[in-house]
Design a protein around this ligand. Sequence first.
Ligand code: SAM
Ligand code: SF4
Length: 471
Amino acid sequence: MVLKKDFSSVCTDFINDAKLTDIVANTKEDIKHVRDVIAKSMEKQPLSVEETAVLLAADDPDVVEEIFNAARDLKKSVYGNRIVIFAPLYIGNHCINDCAYCAFRKTLRSTVRKTLTDTEIKAEISALEDVGHKRLILVFGEHPKYNAEFIAKTVRDVYSVKKGHGEIRRVNINAAPMSRDDFKIVKESGIGTYQIFQETYHHGAYRKMHPENTCKGDYLYRLDGLSRAFEAGCDDVGIGTLFGLHDWKFEVLAMIKHSLFLQDRFGVGPHTISFPRLQPAHGVEIDDKYLVNDFDFKRLVAILRLSVPYTGMILTARESPEIRKEIMSFGVSQIDAGTRIELGGYSNSDEKQKMKEQFCLGDTRSMDEIVLELLQDEYIPSFCTSCYRVGRTGERFMEFAIPGFIEKFCTPNALVTLEEYLVDYASKQTKEAGNKLIESELAKISDTKMKKEIINRLNRITKKDERDLYF
Ligand code: SAM
Ligand code: SF4
């Protein structure tokens, strides 16, 4: 029997390869036009595909520098200096798909397959809590055993592990797309964001990477995945492209298209955009034709920042510390820290770990090292998980769209959760740097009532040993 697949009521293939390719090829460099488009983004207006193409067409180094500066200014003036910290947790690497770029693909026999047991999950969560994590993204291969019930149970198990002051307060998911009924089951377990990367939006490249006879081989089913998630009640979704599989300019335009599509159909765009770059992995040999160099990577992040307002941008530890430091200023809002991607890697690491890894990491620094560097660069590392816990999600609550939202909720929550981190987990040096930063951030707050309340909560953390005092 062939099972009928579930598609959303708005399902349509909104990616036209020929049209997007044509826009990339035929949009000519035009400095005046670039400046007009930048001015529009500075007003926090979403850019169209054609306007984004104007930014992509800018090749002159001086004009590209203007784009970089604009992204930096926008980040500073609109999005502020908070960086939210999370960690990925790989739950299982069994997979029925055969994605050419991934070390978990089914035909790669040398990969050591594993699904964490309940006890191992608890050990991983304890280890993550021990270094101060509050927010995780659970990552799964695609396999019948990782069905909606399994994912939901895993989420509940993760929330149940408490160690000292440690607890996980927000669990996001990166897993295969599912039916609306299954999304509902996962949603009910209390997830934050459901993330699905299209990998490449180009139909031809997609077919090359994902054999037709596999689940993931169905381009439209995947493209429609987040629309089904919306219809199942998940109003917090993340899109992404694996850069390196097709022309990066095409992929940027396609992501803009996806974002505008969701905004149009559901009244709210994606909560986050991810832009992983293809990394070397054992058993993976991919043509290097479309690999994105560091300069173009910076361009694409800056252009995404200018094109999609109100959307969080995630930069992962696939990238080196140096690249992360530089790209951060272009509008990144979330990074992972202390990351391990081998199965069971947070609580122990064994010599076979490389065979359980999906790809090679660029940034293997500890949480404390990363938090310290953020503080030294005058970012506020934030462990805030408040919004989705109090129901501030979806179109009614877009932190960047609502005047005063950041001052009222985000900065105060960043400061109190940073204080928790400093008291419970930080090294001496990080504690000193953190306290200094909190002082200087408090000095910037002009609303005296709010400032008093933040100081009150900081004192309740340090003097009364209270926790989780969110706004
Ligand atoms: N299996 C699910 C799927 O494919 O959607 C979810 C988890 S998959 C483990 C998470 C993401 O890792 C993929 O969406 C892909 O973008 C990324 N990935 C796979 N191989 C990679 C590689 N060699 N370098 C960088 N990222 C990679
Ligand atoms: Fe499986 Fe996801 Fe890797 Fe593809 S990317 S082989 S679906 S784990």
